[in-house]
Design a protein around this ligand. Structure first.
Ligand code: ADP
Length: 256
């Protein structure tokens, strides 16, 4: 059985300062199809801050307010997932982690025990950063890096990042019309990791660089990552469900 971590960014999960429920519905349907194909799935979901902001308009430029919004939004977001996934008979579980949890062997092994028990029973773990005690991903990362740790330490075969962009391009496609999607990337040049971060959205904090850092972390450990659109799931559906690589970027150092 293949284990996959699916990370979905805030831009995909929100629209006009609210949760984008139709996209969440598509995501849940996709998770159901993956599970039916015997994939084990762990979801890493952003969107708590945006979800909190739909209830209380706090100034998001202040970090403590973003933490507060995340605390308000997290149960609401989980409620939406729970409701949508219960239609598919999928039980959800909330797991809040921080990067520090992976620095401690003891904490990592405790978390792994819980994740294994959940997966064994077909439950969908939904992971987010614990924003009350850690702000790293809230400030910079939008869970891209957390999801790479989750994929590696919870022994997934692949991390799938569903983004507002449908792949890794030769240059920023929003600035250059002639940018082309790179289909397969087997190594990341250190220079590419230094490009200034370019998030495309008020809630997003990552941009392409945090995704490349995640890919780099996994490539160095012989794991794979796939970057695809979270707005239109056709590419990731073809790749995982039909074994056809049409769009999206596969980061892999396996000789093909
Ligand atoms: P998300 O919110 O989905 O996690 P972000 O908006 O934080 O995603 O980051 C993706 C954005 O990075 C793209 O929308 C694009 O504008 C920008 N970007 C800059 N350089 C590139 C590149 N070479 N390939 C793809 N996207 C790029």
């Amino acid at each position: 059985m293949k284990r996959i971590v699916v990370k979905v960014g805030s831009h995909v999960l929100t629209q006009n300062n609210r949760l984008a429920k139709d996209r969440i519905e598509n995501l849940c349907n996709f998770i159901y199809d993956l599970k039916a194909k015997k994939y084990e799935i762990i979801l890493v979901s952003s969107g708590a801050v945006a979800s909190g902001y739909s209830k209380l308009k706090l100034d998001k430029s202040i970090i403590a307010n973003r933490q507060a919004l995340s605390a308000i939004g997290q149960p609401h977001l989980m409620g939406v997932y729970e409701k949508k996934l219960s239609k598919y008979d999928i039980i959800t579980a909330q797991v809040l982690l921080t990067a520090d949890d992976f620095d401690s062997r003891k904490a990592t092994s405790h978390a792994r025990g819980a994740i294994e028990a959940l997966l064994e029973h077909g439950v969908l773990p939904i992971i987010n950063e614990n924003d009350t005690t850690a702000t790293q991903e809230l400030v910079f990362g939008d869970n891209d890096q957390l999801s790479a740790h989750v994929a590696y330490y919870f022994r997934a075969d692949m991390l799938v990042i569903l983004s507002d962009i449908d792949g890794y391009y030769t240059k920023d496609p929003r600035q250059y019309e002639d940018a082309k999607v790179r289909s397969i990337v087997s190594a990341i040049d250190p220079q590419e990791l230094e490009t200034p971060h370019t998030p495309n959205h008020a809630f997003a904090t990552g941009g392409i660089v945090t995704k490349l850092k995640s890919a780099n972390f996994l490539l160095k450990r012989n794991r794979k990552m796939f970057l695809a659109s979270g707005f239109d799931l056709a590419d990731i559906r073809s790749f995982l469900l039909d074994g056809k690589h049409i769009g999206g970027t596969l980061f892999s150092n396996e000789s093909l």
